[in-house]
Structure formats: C-alpha cells, structure tokens
Ligand binder design. Sequence first.
Ligand SMILES: Nc1ncnc2c1ncn2[C@@H]1O[C@H](COP(=O)(O)OP(=O)(O)OP(=O)(O)O)[C@@H](O)[C@H]1O
Ligand SMILES: C[C@@](O)(CCO)CC(=O)[O-]
Ligand SMILES: [Mg+2]
Length: 393
Amino acid sequence: MSVPFLVSAPGKVIIFGEHSAVYNEPAVAASVSALRTYLLVEPSENPEEIELDFPDINFNHKWHYNDFASVLQDVEGLQEARLNTRELSQRIVSKLEVVQGELRKTLYYYAALCFCYLYVCLCPQLKGLKFHVKSTLPIGAGLGSSASISVTISLAMAHLSGHVKADKPELSLTEKKFVNVWSFLGEKCIQGTPSGIDNAVATYGNAVLFKREMDGTTNFEFVEKFPQIPMVLTYTKIPRSTKTLVAKVRELVLKQPNVIKPVLTAMGNLAVRGTEILDSLNDTNYEELIELVRVNHGLLVALGVSHPGLELVKLESDSLGVGSTKLTGAGGGGCSLTILHKSTTQEQIHQFKAKLESSYGYKTFQTDLGGIGCGILPRDLIPTGELYNIRSN
Ligand SMILES: Nc1ncnc2c1ncn2[C@@H]1O[C@H](COP(=O)(O)OP(=O)(O)OP(=O)(O)O)[C@@H](O)[C@H]1O
Ligand SMILES: C[C@@](O)(CCO)CC(=O)[O-]
Ligand SMILES: [Mg+2]
C-alpha cells in the first residue's frame, strides 16, 4: 500500500421496498454511479496525527495518535469487535465516545464515529494520514450518501490494512464482501439500524434484490440486465435524517403491529413482483411497473414517511400525466423518483422538470441506473486535477 490513493463509491436509488427492508422484507435498489463519494488518502503534515476532512459538512478534525490509546489498549475488546461484524461493539463505541469528547455534542458526531470505529478496527497501527471525503451526492436526501461515505472509508481502510489490493481494475468478490461487511458497521454508526441495502449497492454497484434475514445475515441477487427506465429524480432540498425516520416507523410498528405489519409485508411482495417485471420489462408489463410505484408510495404514506414537499412532486406528475412518483430512500423530504410512461414526450418531461424547478426550487436529475460499484485508483492513475479538486484547502 502506498499513499496517496483515491477510492470512490456510488449513491443508490431504492426502486421498491424502503423501510420494509429494515423488517426483513425484500427490496430492490440500483446504483447511481454518476453521483459518487470520493475519498483521497495522503500523508498528513504531522506524522503523529490522523486527520479527517469532510469539507461537504464543514468538518475537519485532527486526532493525535495517542488520543486513541485507551481504545487501542483494549486488545480483547477490539478482537471481539473484529469477530462479530453483525453488530457494533458497544464496548468500543463507549470508549470512542470518550475519545470524541466535545465532538459528541456536534452534528458530525455520527460520521466521525463511523470513521473512528473503522479506523480502530481495521488499521489501528497506522498514523500520519489525512482522509479527505467529498461527495457529488446530495447529503441526507435519500440517495444513500451515508452508505456511500461508509463504503469509501471501509474500502480505504481495507486497502491500508492489506485486505484489499489495488493490483487489478476491479475488486475481487472476497474483497467486495469485506468492504460490504465493514461499511454496514459504518452505516450502523451513522444510521442506527440499517437494513444493509444501501451499503450493498454502494459496494457492488449494479442493481440488487436484497433481503435481510432474521439472524442478521443478508441475501442479495443481482438483477441481470437491469433495464434503463425513463425516470426523473427530484431533490426537494427538504432536509431530513434517515435515523429519525427509521425510528419513527419503528414506533408505529410497535404501536400498531396488526395494522402496520401487513403494510410491510405488502411492500415486500410488491418488491418481488417489481423485480420480476424489471427482469423481463416489455411494452406489456411496463404499465404494471408504474402501477406498483404508485402503490408503493401509498404504502409509504401510510407509514408516515412522506412530506408535503414530496406530495407536490406526486401532484405535478399526476396532473401532467407524465408517470408515477414515489419517495425514494427514507423519505420525510429528500428525493423522489418519477417513472415516466413510455408515451411521455420530451416536451412533457421538460414541462414537468421546469415546473418543479421554477415553482418549488427543486433540483431534477435524469441519470442512468445500475453502474459500477466501489473502486480504487492507485497513485499513478490519479489525475493531478482530481487530486487537487478533492482537497478542501
Ligand atoms: N459528503 C459527506 N460528508 C460527511 N458526512 C456525510 C456526507 N454524506 C453523508 N454524510 C453523513 O451521513 C448523514 C446523512 O445520512 P442519511 O442516512 O440521513 O441520509 P442519506 O444516506 O443521504 O439518505 P438515505 O439513507 O435515505 O439514502 C449526514 O448527516 C452525515 O453524517
Ligand atoms: C429507510 C431505509 O429502508 C432506506 C434508506 O435508504 C433504511 C435502510 O434500509 O437501512
Ligand atoms: Mg443513509
């Protein structure tokens, strides 16, 4: 391993099954490889320090290597944490809380915890490094920004610790599995109780039918030949937090189990049917896909995770008759996904996007789904411009 090197990971769009995925129901998601997080690792000024730079959220922190002494001396605790990769070790989290001190009171605590947890577990012997993380994804918007940063940190640390080599264009399956397992723990630091779908898509790329099992293991199948579906992604710019929304749904499930559990099951059934259609999409079943988008959004509204600002996108797509809209990701603001009718003209798409942008100040994207997952660019392949751009100072 030699520094500097650059890693990246994509964002994702959940087509069907957000929230129900947390309750072990199947869900289907695809990577958005044009929107990515980049992490540059290079030597830090002070060889005794570890520096984390998150310019997107105006966060920069330098830890002296000795700050981690109490955690690093807990050899048994670290060993346990490395062996049980399904759960965060509360023993290590508590020790890191002490290390973080004042940082605990800030908004950045969970992202910093993700970094520190992976650091002490994966490459605690290393110091004198600076990690710059920069994303082209909107943050906290439903496109998997937290998973994308967690995958880049996990991949960079896996590379630093020798678990992932950079000697070939693509990571091997074993290497991807390693990155996925550790990025899931990073997602846990940020989000609490993730299903694992976001980090799986950010790691492997493509499109996956995902299912979390009762014992905490995950199963996913790649959707072969994922079709390009005409769609518009809309970013409402309404801030929200996945952690809070997932907690809100959990409260509802506990309060109304007999009502809400069947809703979650219906969402899982819908994801399975949606995947069958995506696997063999044609002119006959295309409208069924659009129908399922409408039904999935209705069920998400029943869970209480929509927002008036998201309903405006749905209203506009319904009134202009361009297609069906559902929220994507955790909801509560953030982004929506509109799957367009085959018959929708370029003129109608233009009108729809213009209305969302001019009347509500939303941002719209049209992007292909299902591209490459995470990867490493070694030192000799990093374009100088890219190196320069990723740095915040
Ligand atoms: N570029 C970034 N730099 C630093 N921290 C980030 C960045 N992107 C995401 N984060 C962290 O992830 C949090 C947002 O994650 P959250 O899960 O709420 O939203 P999301 O991942 O964008 O959406 P979803 O989970 O619905 O797909 C931020 O508060 C921050 O802690
Ligand atoms: C809301 C949720 O289902 C998707 C967030 O992108 C949470 C998760 O699956 O971890
Ligand atoms: Mg997230």
